[in-house]
Design a protein around this ligand. Structure first.
Ligand code: ATP
Ligand code: MG
Length: 410
């Protein structure tokens, strides 16, 4: 009898968005983007009805297959930017006996390990025979009778069990998890991420994606000084970012010729700075071509010789669009914590060489003067080499669902 009742109760996902970012004219745009993002993901998983009402987006399976794959859908809901909280809820008829039955049979699992709780009831259907305090009291009684050791604390509970009497059905849920936060992906325009195989740049990309920036990525390789495997690692990092972005186009540009020319013609102390200026100039050109309104790097002040204020300025002056450096004031430990959170760390620390680590100077300049750098730079035809490097570009579209796809040059 009990099992039957439980079986007939659907489990749904509730995604709550923060009020703060959703004020004014942006609100409906943001809602539409979040719905679209969830629907894109749902399409790959099963049949779900996805709709919004009262600062919440509801995801309801419409058949048994979708109900069986709700864990996957829940994972996706937690990776969509714009939601502050995500919860799994049970639905049932708006009937006190059914509600209490669900609480008795399904909630002990959700409330396990908590010492204190309170029930919050909300009634949008005012015809429901009990008032909100009456619902809370009755449901609270059921919890106390079936969850061992738990106590009521109305002021500072560890967990809140919510009962919502909505238009069509009742929702029961507890233990909301944090959502991905931020604002909807793509709501801030597009940015070009300089993606290396390290720890920092994937984190920088994640942070800007979280603030709504659609990520286009550029990676510089130096084959055969850097290996095919090093490139694969970068594509793997892009793939990890697609947990949040679904797809990322990665432009792979070869710096081999430029690096060899620098090695053969320029003062060793300036190798890295010169290389970084080429990287920046190439990136700026590509950013314009792909309508990117900003360039994004994983630089952090003082982390290495090429990231002192003076060294950063040597590359900064080349760009006529803003350069976002979301990690500029962060310590490595703080960056690593985020890297672990997004699941990139293990891949980032795999030991493969980067183009910045081939031909590295023994005594890199940490306080370079732009004029001296330019003297070295003018030994080569900078503009021509930038254009030539862009010709080597390969485009790989990295997708969350499905394999990578090569795209031809436009
Ligand atoms: P990361 O962990 O991101 O590699 P890092 O501390 O190793 O950073 P650098 O190698 O000096 O720092 O690079 C600083 C930034 O320049 C990187 O965060 C990245 O944005 C960009 N960058 C470095 N190497 C490459 C590359 N091969 N391709 C694209 N961008 C790069
Ligand atoms: Mg690096």
């Amino acid at each position: 009898m009990i099992e039957n009742t439980v079986k007939n109760n659907k489990e749904v996902i509730l995604c709550k968005y923060g009020e703060v970012v959703l004020k004014g004219a942006n609100r409906s745009d943001f809602e539409k983007k979040m719905l679209k993002e969830l629907r894109l993901r749902a399409k790959r998983i099963g049949n779900y009805d996805i709709f919004y009402s009262q600062s919440t987006i509801y995801i309801e399976p419409t058949d048994e297959d979708a109900a069986d794959r709700i864990d996957e859908m829940y994972w996706h809901a937690k990776h969509v930017f714009g939601f502050v909280g995500v919860t799994r809820a049970y639905t049932c008829k708006k009937d006190m006996a059914e509600i209490c039955e669900i609480v008795r049979t399904l909630m002990p699992e959700k409330l396990k390990g908590y010492k204190t709780f309170k029930v919050e009831a909300k009634r949008s259907d005012k015809r429901f025979p009990l008032t909100s305090p009456q619902i809370s009291q009755e449901v609270g009684g059921v919890v106390l009778s079936c969850v061992r050791g738990i106590k009521v604390d109305v002021h500072n509970p560890e967990v809140i069990l919510r009962v919502e009497i909505r238009e069509k059905e009742a929702f029961i849920h507890a233990g909301q998890e944090r959502g991905a936060g931020g604002i909807p992906y793509g709501s801030s325009g597009r940015g070009l991420l300089l993606l290396s195989g390290g720890i920092d740049s994937p984190v920088a990309g994640y942070m800007m994606a979280k603030r709504g920036v659609q990520i286009e990525a550029i990676h510089f390789e130096s084959f055969p000084y850097t290996s095919e495997r090093a490139k694969e690692k970068v594509l793997e990092l892009a793939k990890i970012l697609t947990d949040y972005t679904l797809r990322i186009r990665v432009h792979v540009v070869s710096l081999t010729k430029i690096q060899e020319l620098i090695r053969d013609n320029c003062d060793e102390d300036y190798f890295t700075l010169l290389l970084r200026r080429y990287m920046m100039a190439i990136s700026v050109k590509l950013a314009h071509q792909y309508d990117c309104e900003a360039i994004i790097t994983g630089e952090s002040l003082g982390q290495v010789a090429s990231q002192t204020m003076k060294a950063i300025n040597v590359t900064n002056v080349l760009s006529d669009i803003p350069i976002y450096r979301p990690l500029i004031g962060m310590d490595k430990e703080e960056i690593i914590a985020i890297s672990r959170k997004i699941g990139a760390y293990e891949t980032s620390v795999l030991p493969f060489e980067d183009c910045c680590t081939v031909f590295t100077p023994r005594h890199p300049r940490t306080r370079p003067e732009l004029e001296t750098v330019l003297l070295e730079e003018n030994k080569l035809d900078f503009d021509a080499l930038v254009d030539e490097a862009l010709q080597t570009r390969q485009i790989v579209v990295v997708r969350h669902f499905g394999d990578n796809k090569e795209e031809s040059l436009d």
